[in-house]
Design a protein around this ligand. Structure first.
Ligand code: PLP
Length: 381
């Protein structure tokens, strides 16, 4: 299922190409995998990619949305997600963002601090509404992923510590304009082995027992997102192992019969369907290295610079079987603007078209205009 030049319409480079048929197959695979458990709900984590081409399709297929800002809540409403399927997390929700959620009656606020709970209560009271809230709990679990994308350990800014869970719920129960409906967790991103979610299930089981002992009813459990994708072999693994992922929760998480389980998947839904398409501007022969200088840089795809991420690079226009080793670099005036070093590629020349694969998540959405560059666009054909 390798990309071919024919598949790719001729837009000015650099641009994002989205394979909509792969996105649809991925969505169908998820629906199939959760179909035996109708109390499982998948919310698309829109921060992975907010391009309306993708979000409108995901909304059309009946998925919910997971937002981390008011802008995302608005983008999801615009894309056609039902307000009752929208959850809203984030450590620093501004008043207008909370108000937007309240005014649109979104399903739930994932609350990350006690002062935030008080503000939600006040803003809901002003509107004569009751806000549904879940508490984001930091389960202190290592997701075995890159330090910049691990979120479930004790020492980080997200959520409440486990010891603070009970007082938080008790406080919510004394407030008139919030309703405690559940617990929320998110251990990190690009978690490749679904077994790493097993300790999260055990932790939730413990917390549930603790809450039941206090007579507290919890209707919703939200286990966040984080399922990873195969960046090295996108052609062999275009669709993540959703079956294996959901079966971890079926096996290890002791849901009560009335409980709903929510997932917030971002990368695993959109990661593989996107490629950054870029042109080789120059082949520069250094003294020890050969550089391929592309017209895309970290302004279009920042993951390699930000997280040391690697994207599989394909030369779509090469006609030779002969290969050599290059450093593939962008044009931005920063030494971190390197896509990959020591990559073996077909002999390449000025004008060749490269695809940086698996760039559908945290790619276009993180683009910038640094160096006064134009904001990159995405296309489906
Ligand atoms: C980023 C994020 C997600 C999605 O993570 P993926 O790794 O893209 O699946 C889900 N929930 C929360 C709270 C997040 O911050």
């Amino acid at each position: 299922m390798s990309l071919s030049l024919k598949q790719i319409a001729q837009h000015p480079t650099p641009y994002y190409y989205y394979d909509m048929s792969l996105l649809r197959q991925t969505l169908a695979t998820i629906k199939e995998a959760i179909s035996p458990t109708p109390n499982y709900h998948v919310h698309y984590a829109v921060k992975a990619n907010a391009n309306p081409l993708l979000t409108s399709e995901i909304a059309r297929q009946g998925f919910g949305a997971d937002c981390v800002s008011g802008g995302e809540v608005q983008a999801c409403l615009d894309a056609g997600f039902a307000p009752q399927d929208i959850v809203f997390a984030g450590v620093g929700k501004a008043d207008w963002e909370i108000a937007l959620g309240l005014d649109n009656d979104i399903f739930c606020f994932n609350v990350e601090s006690m002062p935030e709970l008080e503000v939600i209560n006040e803003l809901a009271a002003e509107r004569n509404k009751t806000a549904r809230v879940a508490f984001r709990i930091n389960p202190n679990i290592d997701a075995h992923t890159h330090e910049k994308i691990t979120t479930g350990l004790n020492e980080n800014k997200f959520g409440l510590a486990m010891e603070d869970m009970l007082p938080a719920i008790q406080r919510a129960n004394t407030l008139n304009n919030v309703e405690y409906i559940g617990l929320h967790f998110h251990i990190g991103s690009q978690v490749l082995n679904p077994d790493f979610f097993t300790p999260l299930c055990h932790r939730i089981n413990e917390l549930q027992v603790q809450l039941e002992a206090e007579g507290i009813a919890t209707h919703n459990i939200n286990v966040g997102g984080g399922l990873g994708i195969d960046y090295e072999n996108p052609n062999e693994h275009p669709i993540p192992d959703f079956e294996g992922y959901f079966s971890i929760f079926r096996t290890h998480l002791k849901l009560r019969p009335h409980q709903h389980l929510h997932f917030e998947l971002g990368r695993s839904i959109v990661g593989q369907c996107g490629s950054l398409i870029t042109k080789v501007l120059y082949m520069k022969q250094g003294h020890e290295k050969k550089f391929l200088i592309t017209d895309a840089g970290f302004t279009e795809l920042i993951r390699p610079a930000l997280y040391d991420a690697k994207h599989f690079i394909e030369n779509l226009s090469a006609t030779t079987a002969e290969t050599t080793v290059y450093d593939v670099v962008g044009p931005i005036c920063e030494s971190s603007d390197v896509f990959d070093k020591g990559v073996r590629l077909p002999l390449s020349q000025r004008g060749d078209i490269l695809a940086l694969r698996s760039a559908g998540a945290y790619g276009e959405v993180m683009a910038s205009t640094y160096n006064c560059r134009s904001l990159v666009k995405g296309y489906t054909e």
